[in-house]
Design a protein around this ligand. Structure first.
Ligand code: HEM
Length: 456
């Protein structure tokens, strides 16, 4: 296989301004993430940044991003700086392997995450959400990102392991996942020399990883020895077979897959929900519209999967949240050969990155991109090329948890809107802060029990 090469003279790949000795652009990327990403579009379709001294080719153009993820994905394997750090946690899980192994794992796992499977397990998911939201106290403020992480981790653990996982294990999973996901982003964005000197943080990371893999390993043993002690997707994974060869997964592979899924659930859906609540709480008009839609669909009871189809406006609020505040902001690839990408010649064995944030804030695709407007998603209001909306990625590596995430996020917003009015604390401005995702820092919300709802 030969890679396409730039035919005449290739286009120059500029280096972004602000490159510092030893740090490169790491400080800007970590501390001023969103303005820095926004600034990269002005250099053209591809721009070079440096993490320490490591060059990373950032693709900023929506069409070139699409090519990297779909039509030319064979030249851009999963890997590179972020992929390599994720592999420390995920091992040979579906999110980090390439080639035939990846195809095989997708074939086995995809059916466990398709719409009908998630629909069939949505009662467990809805119970987990209700369990936490009904425990809120009237007037007692909560830190939104942490609370939404807890709800999403609880909901996913119940979907993954069945409804009987004891609460202390749930809490432990949550703590371990926070340590691991923070560690991955630190390892990705900080220069290698800085990572080597963070001895305590590295030890904490290694301990958390060993503990998480140990717990999952013991759940596999329990599930194999006493079928029925664990349930959900996990039990199905123990029994799953490759439809082409009829082979199942080894225990080591199941640990890698379960840890991959837990890791990917640890932050992204909770972050997205926290941003959605931020917009809902600070825009009374949006809050009222979501509440009336939920009241009309559920009439005072908790929402169930069957209600979701009628929550059109609520879905638009989430769709716009995933555009404007989409939690993923940087994913990396690794070039297998020199590639001509739209006239830019990218060398072999190079780190390439794409960013949902850059594509979703391109004014050529989304007019007035910094405005939060759920109605830009009204049918026929906006002609967005399908590939320019990619909160869950595109192509063969598109997110396996997409159906779970939409269902869980809709159920959660509907559960909250049916019971509570949310009020923002205005003492400190909410600030986006980069971690594995871009999270809303200082987002404290106060729930007030609704008096004017059908259940009251
Ligand atoms: C709002 C929530 C989520 C967002 C925004 C999100 C986003 C993404 C994105 C952008 C990718 C592609 C990364 C790339 O191109 O390299 C991805 C991949 C993946 N996601 Fe998610 N994700 C979410 C939730 C979940 C959940 C709950 C799971 C649990 C199963 C999950 C499992 C995965 C896996 C296994 C992959 C790798 C797929 C592959 O490489 O074949 N995600 N996700």
């Amino acid at each position: 296989m030969t890679a396409p090469t730039a035919q005449e003279s290739p286009r120059l790949i500029p280096v972004a301004r602000g490159n510092l000795p030893a740090l490169g652009h790491a400080y800007q990327l970590w501390r001023h993430t969103l303005p820095f990403l926004d600034s990269l579009r002005s250099y053209g379709g591809v721009v070079r940044i440096n993490i320490g001294t490591l060059p990373v080719y950032m693709v900023t153009d929506p069409e070139l991003t699409r090519r990297v993820l779909t039509s030319e994905s064979r030249y851009f394997e999963t890997g590179g700086r972020m992929g390599d750090n994720l592999a420390l946690i995920f091992g040979n899980g579906v999110g980090t392997i390439n080639g035939a192994g990846h195809l095989r794992q997708r074939r086995i796992l995809q059916p466990l995450f398709n719409r009908s499977y998630i629909t069939a397990h949505s009662d467990v998911l809805a119970d987990a959400v209700r369990g936490r939201v009904s425990g809120w106290r009237d007037g007692a403020p909560f830190e939104a990102a942490a609370e939404m992480d807890r709800i999403m981790v609880a909901a996913f653990l119940k979907t993954l392991f069945g409804p009987t996982l004891p609460a202390p294990r749930e809490e432990e999973f949550y703590r371990l996942l926070r340590t691991l996901m923070k560690g991955v982003m630190r390892k990705t964005v900080a220069p290698s020399w800085a990572n080597r000197v963070m001895v305590t943080a590295n030890r904490e990371f290694d301990r958390a990883l060993a503990r998480l893999r140990g717990i999952v390993g013991s759940l596999i043993r329990e599930g194999r020895e006493n079928p029925g002690t664990v349930g959900g997707v996990f039990q199905a994974m123990l029994a799953a077979r490759d439809p082409d060869t009829g082979e199942g997964m080894t225990d080591a592979q199941i640990v890698d897959e379960a840890v991959t899924m837990l890791g990917t659930t640890g932050e992204a859906p909770g972050t997205a929900l926290a941003w959605a609540l931020h917009e809902i709480s600070r825009n009374p008009g949006i809050q009222r519209r979501v509440q009336s839609e939920v009241d009309a669909a559920c009439w005072g009871r908790s929402p169930a999967h069957a209600d979701l189809a009628s929550l059109e406006y609520t879905r638009r609020v989430l769709t716009e949240t995933m555009r404007h505040h989409g939690p993923g902001y940087l994913f990396t690839r690794w070039t297998t050969a020199p590639v001509d990408l739209g006239g830019y010649l990218i060398p072999a064995h190079a780190n390439v990155a794409y960013s949902q944030y850059i594509v979703h804030h391109d004014p050529a695709v989304f007019p007035d991109p910094q405005r939060f407007d759920p109605d830009r998603w009204l049918p026929n209001a906006l002609a967005v090329p399908r590939s320019s909306y990619l909160p869950f990625g595109l192509g063969s590596r598109q997110c396996l948890g997409e159906n779970f995430s939409w269902t869980a996020m809709l159920l959660t917003v509907a559960e909250i809107a049916g019971r509570w009015d949310l009020h923002p604390h205005r003492n400190r401005p909410v600030r986006p802060v980069a971690s594995t995702t871009v999270r809303p820092h200082h987002l404290t919300l106060t729930p007030r029990a609704r008096t004017a709802c059908p259940a009251a």
